[in-house]
Design a protein around this ligand. Structure first.
Ligand code: FO1
Length: 331
C-alpha cells in the first residue's frame, strides 16, 4: 500500500505511471486543495480534477488540466456579456463544477463528492482531498502590479487602465497569481489561510500512518505540497516516519519542468535546485529522487540529511512515468 502527496499536473502523470506499475487499488492520492477557488458561484478544485481527469483518461494532453476536446462556448458567452473569463472553464468541465457545487450545497463533504466524481470517471486510485475544510493558498507579492503596465490585470480594486490597484506587498489568491498574473510577479511570502484550524480529511491520517511507503509527487514543494503539510497532524506524522517517505524533485538542472517552482524557491530564499528541494522537505522525507542531470548534486543532498536516488525523472511518455514509478517503488 502506498500514499502519494499530490499537486496537479506532475503528480497526475506520476500517478498514471504508478497505476501502470502497481495495482491502482493499493494507491491513495492525498491532494492539495489550497488552489481551490469559487468563481461564478462554482466550487472549483483544480488539482483534484486534474488527477481525476488524468486517471480517468479524460485529461486534455496539451495543457495537462481540463478535459480533452472540451469546448468553451459558455466562456465565450460569458465574455460577450463582459463577464470574468480569465479562468477558462470548459463546457464539460463546468459539469463537474456544477455537480460538486450542488452536492456541497446539499451538505455532502468534499471527500464524499471527490469519491463520487472519481467513481463516475472509473478511477481505481483512491483520491482524498487533504482536508474537507477550506484552506486557501494566498500569495504575498513583493511589489504592486500596475494595470497601466499590464492592462489585462485588474485585481478587483479598480478599473484596468486606471490607477494601480495592487499596492506594494498586496496579497492575491493562488489562481490570481498563477493564471491571471501568469505567475510572472515576484513573491515575498506564501500563506495557507485556514490551515491552522483545518483537519485532515477522513482517512488521511489513517492512510499515512498505515501504508508501507509515502511518496511526495514531483509537485511544487511550496504551493502544492506546502498546503498539505500545513494541515495539522500531517507533517508531524510524516516526520515520525521520514525514513519511509520518498520525494521526487520537480526541479531538474535548476529549472521547474512546469510552473513557477524554481522562481518561488529562489524568491523565498531557498536555492532553486534539487538541493533547495532537499532542504525544503528534509523534515518530512528521508529520500529524494533526482534526475540524472543532477547526479553531481547527490553529495549535497546527502549532506542535507537525505538519501539521493538518481534516475530519469522527466515523464515525457507514459513509459517513462511507469519507469520512474518502478524506481520509487524499489527505493
Ligand atoms: N490554468 C491556466 O493556466 N489557465 C486557465 O485558464 C486554467 C483554467 C483551469 C480550469 C479548471 C482547472 O481544473 C484548472 C485550470 N487551470 C488553468 C490549471 C490550474 O490553474 C493549475 O494547474 C493549478 O491550480 C496548479 O496546480
Amino acid at each position: 500500500m502506498i500514499a502519494v502527496l499530490c499537486g496537479g499536473v506532475g503528480a497526475a502523470r506520476f500517478l498514471s505511471g504508478l497505476s501502470d506499475a502497481t495495482e491502482p487499488s493499493g494507491v491513495t492520492a492525498i491532494v492539495n486543495t489550497g488552489d481551490d477557488t469559487v468563481l461564478h458561484g462554482l466550487h472549483i478544485c483544480p488539482d483534484l480534477d486534474t488527477i481525476a481527469y488524468t486517471l480517468g483518461q479524460r485529461v486534455n494532453p496539451d495543457t495537462g488540466w481540463g478535459v480533452r476536446g472540451d469546448t468553451f462556448r459558455a466562456m465565450e458567452a460569458l465574455e460577450a456579456l463582459g463577464g470574468e473569463a480569465w479562468f477558462r472553464l470548459g463546457d464539460v468541465d463546468l459539469g463537474t463544477h456544477l455537480y460538486r457545487t450542488g452536492r456541497l450545497a446539499q451538505g455532502a463533504t468534499l471527500s464524499r463528492v471527490t469519491a463520487e466524481i472519481a467513481a463516475a470517471l472509473g478511477v481505481g486510485v483512491r483520491i482524498l482531498p487533504m482536508s474537507d475544510d477550506a484552506v486557501r493558498t494566498n500569495i504575498v507579492l513583493r511589489q504592486g502590479v500596475d494595470p497601466r503596465v499590464d492592462p489585462s490585470v485588474d485585481l478587483g480594486g479598480g478599473r484596468a487602465g486606471d490607477t494601480p490597484v495592487a499596492a506594494r506587498g498586496e496579497t492575491v489568491s493562488f489562481q490570481d497569481y498563477f493564471v491571471r498574473l501568469h505567475h510572472s510577479v515576484e513573491v515575498s511570502a506564501v500563506e495557507f489561510e485556514g490551515a491552522a484550524g483545518a483537519s485532515p480529511a477522513p482517512g488521511v491520517l489513517d492512510v499515512l500512518g498505515s501504508v508501507d511507503r509515502v511518496v511526495i509527487a514531483p509537485s511544487n514543494p511550496v504551493v502544492s505540497i506546502g498546503p498539505i503539510l500545513a494541515v495539522p497532524g500531517i507533517a508531524e506524522l510524516l516526520s515520525a516516519r521520514r525514513g519511509t517517505v520518498v520525494a521526487i524533485s520537480p526541479i531538474v538542472a535548476g529549472r521547474a519542468l512546469k510552473g513557477p517552482a524554481d522562481r518561488l524557491l529562489a524568491e523565498l530564499g531557498e536555492e532553486s535546485s534539487v538541493v533547495g528541494v532537499a532542504r525544503h522537505l528534509r523534515e518530512v522525507c528521508g529520500t529524494l529522487v533526482v534526475d540524472t542531470a543532477d547526479s553531481n548534486r547527490a553529495d549535497e543532498i546527502e549532506a542535507a540529511g537525505l538519501r539521493a536516488v538518481v534516475t530519469d525523472t522527466v515523464m515525457a511518455t507514459p513509459e517513462r512515468a511507469k519507469a520512474l514509478a518502478e524506481v520509487v517503488l524499489a527505493c
